[in-house]
Design a protein around this ligand. Structure first.
Ligand SMILES: Nc1ncnc2c1ncn2[C@@H]1O[C@H](COP(=O)(O)OP(=O)(O)O)[C@@H](O)[C@H]1O
Ligand SMILES: O=C(O)C1=C[C@@H](OP(=O)(O)O)[C@@H](O)[C@H](O)C1
Ligand SMILES: [Mg+2]
Length: 160
């Protein structure tokens, strides 16, 4: 969360001359309400079910760069759909995460104690990100443009 998937995803798509899509944006458009509203109104389990459908639809329809929400990989079927695709895991340390997400209420899972909540989420998820990734790019101290270049380099290496 806040590592730059949406920001870098758009830049990456521009650099590759491909389309860009973001499953959180798809969900907001389909539901007609914000991610935070879905969490508040219906809870995380309902959000995850909506997200699972949105990711499957996007992977089926879209041929380009796709940014996922940070929790999409919690679902085993979603992880299976990612197998065989080029998946970039953007990483960062906790201090960078707090700087980037701040007290932004748009991310309900970090709303109360961002530092502690982020650490706990990463402990639970790191192995899943590593499982689905075909390339890992550290983003600390890098601008979005530098991260994009590093992702291109990492993807290029993977092609060889
Ligand atoms: N490399 C970066 N350096 C500094 N700030 C960044 C970087 N990448 C993204 N940001 C900022 O961090 C915030 C979260 O970025 P976003 O792309 O929405 O992340 P994600 O989609 O992974 O949650 C935004 O305010 C964005 O401008
Ligand atoms: O990591 C998560 O569980 C979430 C990440 C968010 O997307 P970003 O990773 O784009 O912030 C969004 O899907 C929702 O708030 C839940
Ligand atoms: Mg995003």
């Amino acid at each position: 969360m806040g590592v730059g998937k949406s920001t870098v995803g758009q830049l990456l798509a521009e650099r590759l001359g491909l389309g860009y899509r973001d499953t959180d944006a798809d969900i907001v458009a389909e539901q007609g309400r914000s991610i935070a509203e879905i969490f508040v109104d219906e809870g995380e389990a309902v959000f995850r079910a909506i997200e699972k459908r949105a990711v499957a639809a996007a992977l089926a329809e879209h041929d380009g760069v796709l940014a996922l929400g940070g929790g999409a990989v919690l679902d085993a079927d979603t992880r299976a759909l990612l197998a065989g695709l080029r998946v970039v895991y953007l990483s960062m340390e906790v201090e960078e995460a707090v700087r980037r997400t701040g007290l932004n209420a748009a991310r309900p899972l970090l709303a109360v104690n961002p530092r502690r909540q982020w650490r706990e989420l990463m402990e639970a998820r790191r192995h899943l990100y590593e499982e689905v990734a075909t390339a890992v790019v550290a983003t600390d101290g890098r601008t979005p443009e530098e991260v994009t270049q590093a992702a291109l380099d990492a993807l290029e290496l993977k092609k060889a």
